[in-house]
Design a protein around this ligand. Structure first.
Ligand code: GLN
Length: 459
């Protein structure tokens, strides 16, 4: 049995049936990390002690013949924007390099309560701002499918860890595509739930009206198991939805025949790589063969999604990141003579270039003279984008699009061109702005053997 290749159910039953132990599984994942991760760079912190304690708990249950919880003994990795009590949580930033939170993120606590074993914290773009993982203050992550390429971002570590068999599943966060795009670049499944479906308590905020926590895994079923575990109302997050959580796993085997699949021409226009287009079109054909009805839909405001996203997200970021001032927690500049100098230098020395760019853009968009022209306008366009989806979902059950216009690009290729990097988010930011869910599923390979993915959004 190849322990590193097990899915959730296979891992749990192997431990339950005593074909292996949770301890052996954890050790085999740490051995794999030890061997592979110096070249990939997915993990920032390993939580060996916490993992072994949990593994021991699970092994005792199995030894006593008691039924294991749904994720009993499953090794997972957590994007380093989710707080873990007593474990360093950096958000990929120097400003939080030594931050040890006093609390657990609800999603992480729910995973552990369901028996999952946290192996460690995963690298990401600083404060989840980026599409390539090159904005981590520590080191970039490399794509396990081709080490000269980026794994995508901002949840690059989360996608790379799953792709390189260094975790069974991981948690990522998605504000403008950061679960789905890295999943696509690394050839794994990435699910962004509906806004409010999963509590954001303990997630280090980037843009609160857009932030989502969700799973990355080797297959759709494992994302469903994780979602079933982490979803649901949490009194610690007033925006978490008080809606019952269905059994997503039980729904999975239902046939797709009869489903209406929307195809939006706005997602197949200029800039879409020909090989990615072909792979997605073939996937749509396969759905048609399985009995889906493919229906054209129109999402006419798509062309405004990027500017809208980069105003709303930066405005919220500028406000959320005001808390990092060197006073309450995080990095504090040495030898400042005045309070104002201490604030200024702490932020200047603690934040990286992209984070500063976002804070400046957002502060500008919110400033008194420009608020109506930028922020208010962006909110109005956001409503139009949402209406586009409302209209489409009156006709179809799901919309299939490419996840990213291209497969994974080379490290350094777009690092000095922020606009090119922003434009590549075109197919993902719309779902975040509209609050709808989205899943990226591998559907083929380019000639260079890089994964291409399609993305389904459904109501
Ligand atoms: N690439 C987008 C950005 O840089 C998305 C980030 C995210 O979803 N966290 O903002």
């Amino acid at each position: 049995m190849e322990l590193n290749l097990l899915t959730i159910d296979a891992a749990r039953s192997a431990i339950q049936e005593r074909k292996t132990t949770s301890m052996a599984l954890v050790e085999s994942f740490y051995a794999r990390i030890q061997k592979e991760d110096s070249a990939i760079g997915a993990y920032l912190t390993l939580t060996r002690e916490r993992a072994l304690e949990q593994a021991d708990r699970i092994d005792r249950l199995a030894a006593e013949g008691k039924p294991l919880p749904p994720l009993g003994g499953v090794p997972v990795g957590i994007k380093d924007v989710m707080c873990t009590r007593g474990v360093r949580t950096t958000a990929g930033s120097k400003i939080l390099e030594n931050f040890i939170p006093p609390h657990d993120c609800t999603a992480v606590a729910r995973l552990e309560a369901a028996g999952a074993v946290v192996l460690g914290k995963l690298n990401c773009d600083e404060f989840a701002m980026g599409s390539s993982n090159e904005n981590s203050a520590f080191h970039p992550v490399r794509n396990p499918r081709d080490l000269s390429r980026v794994p995508g971002g901002s949840s690059g570590g989360s996608a790379a860890a799953v792709a390189a068999d260094m975790a069974v599943v991981t948690l990522g966060s998605d504000t403008g595509g950061s679960i789905r795009q890295p999943a696509s670049f690394c050839g794994v499944v990435g699910l962004m739930p509906t806004y409010g479906r999963v509590s954001r308590y303990g997630l280090i905020a980037f843009a609160s009206s857009l932030d989502h926590i969700g799973p990355l895994a080797k297959n759709v079923k494992d994302t469903a198991s994780v979602l079933r575990t982490i979803a649901g109302r949490d009194p610690m997050d007033s925006t978490s939805a008080d809606v019952p959580v269905p059994d997503y796993v039980a729904e999975i085997d239902k046939p797709v025949s009869g489903l209406k699949i929307g195809m939006a021409e706005e997602y197949f226009g200029d800039g879409l790589d020909a090989e990615v287009r072909k792979a997605v079109e073939d996937a749509i054909q396969s759905l048609a063969k399985l009995g889906c009805d493919v229906v054209p839909v129109s999402l006419p405001h798509t062309e405004y999604a990027i500017p809208t996203y980069y105003i709303v997200a930066t405005a919220e970021a500028s406000s959320n990141l005001a808390r990092f001032d060197g006073v309450r927690y995080g990095y504090r500049a040495k030898n400042a003579r005045t309070l104002a100098e201490m604030y200024r230098r702490s932020r200047d020395e603690g934040f990286g270039a992209e984070v500063k760019r976002r804070i400046m853009l957002g502060t500008y968009a919110l400033s008194a003279g420009y608020y109506d022209a930028y922020y208010l306008k962006a909110q109005k366009v956001r409503a139009l984008l949402t209406q586009d989806f409302d209209g489409a979902f009156r006709k179809v059950d799901a919309i299939v699009t490419p996840t990213s216009p291209t497969a994974a690009f080379q490290l350094g290729e777009k690092a000095n061109d922020p606009l090119a990097m922003y434009l590549a988010d075109i197919y993902t930011v719309t779902a975040d702005l509209a609050g709808i869910p989205g899943i990226s599923i591998p559907c083929g390979q380019t000639r260079e053997k890089l994964p291409a993915d399609w993305l389904a959004d459904s109501w």
